[in-house]
Design a protein around this ligand. Structure first.
Ligand code: NAD
Ligand code: G6P
Ligand code: MN
Ligand code: MN
Length: 434
């Protein structure tokens, strides 16, 4: 049987993951599931671990959940290691979002200043996990969900020298699910083709006859937010811009294409004590979720989990694992080594692309060069990521400052430097490299 180890097992997303494995058990027979956390997460781990066990007990399958605070004990002989942890917990995210906003900047916990600091905290931990894997489960696949998913996956390959890794995100799958509905066709009839970076990809779509329906979908996208994750404010894209690019941007592009309005919305929520930043809204949702998970009668994923931005993540994670395990060649959008699929970026860069997944990992599908408007953004963003990763590994202050100056969500200048310094102090305990 297959042994799965999930690091950050105390996450409120764990029932989502269990649901995905239960649904696919016939094609992916698991023998062991280990949920790993740290002492600070013990209570969450125990609550969600019992909930996960109830879900399996209510299924026809006999699977035991092992809970552990000892990562090395859990990793021994694993086949798949999935990661879904948050270094510094939600308190750190609150700082990532509030400190920039207190100076009038977007925090954005995956690709703004918040995301840069999340990468600085996360990359050293992931590189340690990889070192443990080299010793304890050298044949395992690492399926990373921890954000910023693209940057940390790149760092695992580039600095960890570990190739058996795929980075995941739930944003693409929302389009795969909703777009057939938007065009009134059956799921599976459309062909989707994605390319770019995590939280910075575009895609095009063809119908069953091979006609490009991207423009048709973009016209609906201006009014229809069904594919937009619940954490992203719905200011609509400019119709003329969508028409010009003839690609479908992802929801996170709103932060770049409508930066003024996104900042205005974030500031409004930040200044309203009844609402607060997204991190503070998530704290409330999480409290509600854990109350539900404590209910000994609950044995299925509750509806309330869809308030989180990561819905459908288990579909991606479980599909990816099942495709590797049974060499299925399924289309999944993953962060993986480019290898020429996106010629505007280096072959060794990790990109987020459509790929066929099989026993050898991801086979990225060639997308071709982008036009100048998209190419310009993409190259800026990738090189910003590379500065962050190098700073995470070396603790180089000047390089971190460069990343802040390059990042389009951060206005360069004295204030940016001050935000950076405040974040360095606030997160000191989780930044041993600085
Ligand atoms: P969370 O705050 O609930 O954290 C999950 C668990 O990680 C906690 O129980 C915590 O104790 C544990 N943890 C912290 N540091 C750890 C360490 N060093 N080792 C092991 N466990 C550790 O987080 P969440 O809201 O469930 O999100 C988990 C992660 O998934 C985050 O990184 C988040 O950004 C990411 N995420 C990714 C996507 C995506 O599309 N890729 C979507 C949603 C969430
Ligand atoms: C999705 C993204 C994740 C992101 C999350 C935030 O948009 O794909 O990568 O981190 O949702 O959701 P939350 O509910 O934590 O704000
Ligand atoms: Mn994501
Ligand atoms: Mn909002």
């Amino acid at each position: 049987g297959i042994k799965i180890v999930t690091i950050g097992g105390g996450s409120s997303y764990t029932p989502e993951l269990m649901e995905g494995f239960i649904k696919r058990y016939e094609s992916l027979p698991l023998s062991e599931i280990w949920l790993v956390d740290i002492p600070e997460g013990r209570e969450k781990l125990e609550t969600v671990g019992k909930m996960a066990q109830r879900m399996w007990d209510a299924s026809p399958y006999d699977v035991t959940i092992h809970l552990s605070l000892d990562r090395r004990e859990a990793l021994k002989d694993a086949d798949f290691v999935t990661t879904q942890f948050r270094v510094g917990l939600l308190d750190a995210r609150i700082k990532d979002e509030r400190i920039p906003l207190s100076h009038g900047f977007l925090g954005q916990e995956t690709n703004g200043p918040g995301g840069i600091f999340k990468a600085l905290r996360t990359i050293p931990v992931l590189l340690n996990i990889v070192e443990d894997m080299k010793e304890l489960c050298p044949n395992a696949w690492l399926i990373n969900f921890t954000n910023p998913s693209g940057m940390v996956t790149d760092a695992i390959v580039r600095y960890g020298k570990w190739d058996k890794v795929l980075g995941l995100c739930n944003v693409p799958v929302n389009s795969l699910i909703n777009e057939p509905e938007m065009l009134n066709v059956k799921e599976g009839e459309l062909t989707h083709h994605f390319a770019g970076l995590n939280h910075f990809h575009w895609h095009r779509v063809k119908d069953a006859q091979g006609n490009d329906v991207t423009e048709q979908l973009n016209k609906k996208l201006v009014k229809d937010a069904s594919s937009l994750p619940s954490n992203i404010f719905d200011v609509s894209f400019f119709e003329e811009q969508l028409q010009q690019m003839n690609l479908i941007p992802c929801g996170y592009h709103k932060y770049y294409y409508r930066a003024e309005e996104m900042l205005e919305h974030a500031l409004k929520e930040y200044h309203d004590p009844e609402i607060g930043t997204r991190a503070e809204q998530v704290r409330q949702t999480e409290k509600e979720l854990f109350e539900l998970y404590k209910d000994e009668h609950l044995d299925h994923k509750p509806e309330q989990l869809s308030k989180r931005g990561g819905t459908h993540y288990s579909d991606v994670a479980c599909e990816t694992i099942a495709s590797i395990a049974s060499n299925k060649n399924t289309h999944v959008v993953v962060s993986t080594v480019n290898n020429g699929a996106v010629p505007d970026l280096a072959p060794e860069d990790v990109v987020e692309v459509s790929a066929y997944i099989n026993a050898t990992g991801a086979q990225p599908i060639a997308f071709g060069s982008l036009h100048p408007a998209e190419r310009g953004w993409l190259q800026v963003m990738k090189n910003m990521e590379l500065c962050v990763e190098a700073a995470a590994v070396t603790g180089d202050y000047g390089l971190l400052l460069q990343a802040f100056i390059i990042n389009p969500l951060i206005q360069s200048g004295e204030t940016a430097k001050q935000v950076m310094n405040e974040l360095l102090i606030a997160h000191k305990a989780y930044l041993p490299q600085f």
